[in-house]
Design a binder for this molecule. Sequence first.
Ligand SMILES: Cc1ncc(COP(=O)(O)O)c(C=O)c1O
Length: 376
Amino acid sequence: MIRLTIPSIEEDDLNAARDVLESGFLVQGTRVAEFENSIASYVGVKHVIAVSNCTAALHLALLALDVRPGDLVLVTTYSWVATANVIELCGAQPVFVDIQPDTFNMDPERLVATLSRLMATTETARRVKAILPVHTFGQMADMTAITRIAEQYNIPVIEDAACALGSKWEERQAGSWGVMGCFSFHPRKAITTGEGGAITTNDYQLARKLRALRNHGLDPEAPAPEFIMPGFNYRMTEFQAAFGTSQMQKLDRIITARRRLAHQYDILLEDDPVLVPAVPSQSFHVYQSYVTLLPREAASRRAEIIRQLKEQGIETNIGTWHMPLTTYFRSRYGCRAGDFPVSEDIFLRALTLPLYESLTTENQHTVIEHVQKVWS
Ligand SMILES: Cc1ncc(COP(=O)(O)O)c(C=O)c1O
C-alpha cells in the first residue's frame, strides 16, 4: 500500500522520548521549555506555549483575546472542523468567509466585503473580536492583504497554522504575522509529537495568560502556587516535547523533500486535466498535503475514485471540509448550498495524493498512472 502519509520517525527521536520516560519526569519541565525555545527561534517569535494539540491552541488563543458568548469571529469556510468548532466552544459565532479557488485560502476581497458589512452597524461592529485565516495544506494565506485589512479595523488576527510550520509568505514565517499563531504536531504534519500543538506570540501579556490557561489557571510566574483564573489541563508531556525537539532538527530536511516531491508531481501532471496546487510568487509552500483538483465532471465520482485507488494499493483522501455545510453549522445557522460557492466546489473536487519524505519516484509514477486511469 502506498500510504497517504508516513511520519519521518527515526532512532534518535525514539531515544529522546525513551530517555525522558526512563527519567520519570513526565510533565511540564525542562523538555517542554526546550521544545518551545526551538520553535520560537525557528519561527522568529518571542514566546511559544506548547499544548496538547492545535485544537487546544486555537481554543486558548480565542480565550486569551476574551472571545465570549455573542462575539463574532471571521473564519475561512474550508478547513478541518476544529477551526470553527473552537469559536463555538467559546460561545461565539463564526462568520464564514469564502476562499480563493486556486490557493484554497481565505479570499481577502471577500474578507473586506464581510468585515465592512459587519463594521457598518454598531451592534455587529462591537461583537467582531478576531479574524482566523487558515494556512491551508501548508500554504500561507495572503497575510499582506489580511493583516492590512485587520489593521484598518483594528481587529486581531490569529493564524491557524496547524499545517504550516516552516511555511512563509514574503519570506516571513507562518506564526509570526498574527497576534498569535497555532500549530499542530499531529502525525499528518511535517513533524509530529503524536498529538501536540503550540501557540506563538510576541505579546508577553498574552503569553502569560496562555501559560496560565493551559495549566489550571496557575500563575506561571508566582513564586508559590497562585491560581489566577479558571484554566484547563492542555499541557504537553515531557516525552512528547523531547521527541518534538528531536523532530525539529529534521524539519528543514523534511520540508525540502516534500517540496521536491510536490514539484515532481507537478511535472507528472503537467498536461493533465487534474489541476496541481497553485503557488503565488510570495509563497513558500511546505505541502503538508499535496491536493489536486479533479475536473468538475469527475467530482461526483470522487468517493468511487478514492475507493478504486485504495483497491489498487494507493491511499488518497478528500482535501478538507466545507465547514458551513457540515451538519452542525448547517442546522445551527441555516447555511445552505450556494452560500459559499468557491469552497463548495473545491470541497467536492479536491483529491489528496500520497506525500511523505520516503516516497520514491517510482511510487509517484505508480500513483499518477493509477489516478489518470481511474478518474478518466
Ligand atoms: C487547519 C487545521 N486546524 C486545526 C487542526 C486541529 O489540529 P489538532 O489535530 O492538532 O488538534 C487541524 C488538524 O489537522 C487542521 O488541519
